[in-house]
Design a protein around this ligand. Structure first.
Ligand code: UD1
Length: 425
């Protein structure tokens, strides 16, 4: 079988203008939410990535009519019948579990296999289950499947032990069609949670307080169809910002929302990178030359430093002057990419939730692998920085989450190409 890889020749400055795509994580939640109405929805500004294709396939398998045209997905869920997500699709991504909340809300029952997603640590779903039970559902797990059922869902107060993005979203979905009022205390505040709330409200739902740690949902009898454009991808924006800094480049990122990027911007400024917000437009310009200063990073729920940008920035720090300490508080196994960076000459050691990175003057290209989705983007950053040729394997991870990444980087001046092992012979 052909093995795809990305080949990057490092040392080329990124220069010019690029545009960020629609948000992956927000789109995944919104596509699942569209299944809660019996009327058609059009969702715009979707990225053309594998995870979105899988969500489309799940909707089709459940009986919806789905058309994709450019970045627009038209979903007609009026004949949606099934409430069981096929296992082979559920296991492809984490967000398949949003169908638990969405189908429970619409049909009173849902069955989804334990979701897939990146192997970045133990990823329990106890807070989702607690939320469904608080709303009056029974939850059973057997043979790797989660079955949620309720004759009636009734609003409730749900305290999350941690501000879980996924649990906040699943409870919002289920509560949107429940009887009465629901309050999520210690809710996630991520931009995609706000975007989902806006989408539910555009469908006629009543969600208030999204973006704070207290979300209040008044259940409605039905949700109607609507047209909605998802927000730009915060993580892609951050990855492009880091890539620009890594190449000592000068890049204007259009369609980005600077307010979502404050934690990363603060750290890049500390490192000596110039970051300017566009005046009168949604854009961010990143400029950098010379060696960067070391910084410490602690990942936290939004508005703290996002764990999804920890891997790319730790690569950038691998050539900063001095020692940087990264404290990963969200996922306990999110340092596997540093093994690959050590192959490229990086110096780091990992102790439990901490990574200590001693900056080296440069990385050297070599074959590496993407160990998960965000680690894939981190390897691309490493390739841009390194001297010589870096071959990145496990490209499918990158394809799950980044729209046309190599095309965007190429237009900015990167030397990057997609190859299969056969093409090389
Ligand atoms: C989402 C994002 C992922 C991002 C993560 C943190 C999607 C599809 N994925 O993942 O890209 O890295 O947020 O910003 O949007 N936890 C529990 N019990 C639960 C739920 C979560 O213990 O029931 C723990 C997790 O193990 C983790 C922490 O809470 O340590 C945060 O997880 P969560 O915010 O739920 O992440 P995801 O929704 O899986």
């Amino acid at each position: 079988m052909a093995i795809e890889k990305l080949r990057v020749f490092g040392g080329h400055r990124l220069e010019g203008v690029t545009t960020v795509s629609g948000g992956k994580n927000t789109a995944l939640a919104i596509i699942a939410a569209a299944a809660m109405s019996s009327e058609p929805c059009a969702i715009e500004n979707l990225p053309d990535i594998e995870d979105i294709h899988v969500m489309r396939d799940i909707l089709i398998a459940l009986g919806a009519k789905v058309e994709m045209d450019g970045g627009v997905m038209r979903i007609d869920p009026s004949h949606l019948q099934g409430s069981s997500v096929p296992e082979h699709l559920a296991c492809k991504l984490r967000a398949s579990y949003y169908f638990l909340g969405a189908l429970l809300a619409r049909f009173g029952t849902s069955v989804v296999s334990y979701p897939g997603g990146c192997d970045i640590g133990n990823r329990p779903i106890d807070q989702h289950i607690k939320g469904f039970e608080a709303l009056g559902a029974t939850v059973e797990t057997d043979h790797g499947r989660i079955r949620v059922q309720a004759d009636r869902l009734r609003g409730s107060v749900i305290y999350l032990d941690m501000p879980s993005v996924g649990a906040t979203i699943n409870v919002m979905l289920a509560a949107a069609l429940a009887e009465g009022n629901t309050e999520i205390v210690n809710a996630g505040k991520e931009p995609h949670i706000v975007d989902l709330a806006n989408f539910l409200n555009a469908m006629g739902g009543s969600v208030k307080g999204a973006g704070t740690d207290n979300i209040r949902i008044r259940g409605v009898k039905r949700l109607k169809g609507c047209t909605y454009a998802v927000i730009p991808d915060q993580i892609e924006t951050g990855t492009l910002m880091i890539a620009a800094a890594a190449s000592r480049g000068d890049v204007l990122i259009r369609g980005a929302l600077p307010t979502h990027m404050e934690a990363l911007t603060a750290k890049l400024l500390e490192m000596g990178v110039r970051v300017d917000e566009g005046i009168g437009e949604d854009s961010i310009r990143v400029r950098s030359d010379g060696r960067h200063r070391r910084v410490n990073i602690k990942t936290q729920p939004y508005p703290g430093f996002p764990t999804d940008l920890q891997q790319p920035i730790s690569v950038l720090l691998s050539t900063a002057k001095g020692t940087s300490i990264i404290h990963e508080t969200i996922f306990e196994m999110r340092f596997k990419h540093l093994d690959e960076i050590r192959r490229m000459g990086g110096i780091s050691r990992v102790n439990d939730r901490f990574a200590i990175i001693d900056g080296v003057p440069k990385l050297m290209g070599c074959p590496v692998k993407a160990t998960d989705l965000r680690a894939g983007a981190a390897m691309v950053v490493a390739g841009l920085m390194a001297e010589g040729q870096t071959d990145i394997y496990n490209v499918h991870y990158i394809d799950r989450g980044y729209e046309h990444l190599e095309r965007k980087l190429k237009r900015l001046g990167a030397r990057i190409e997609r190859l299969t092992e056969e093409e090389e012979d």
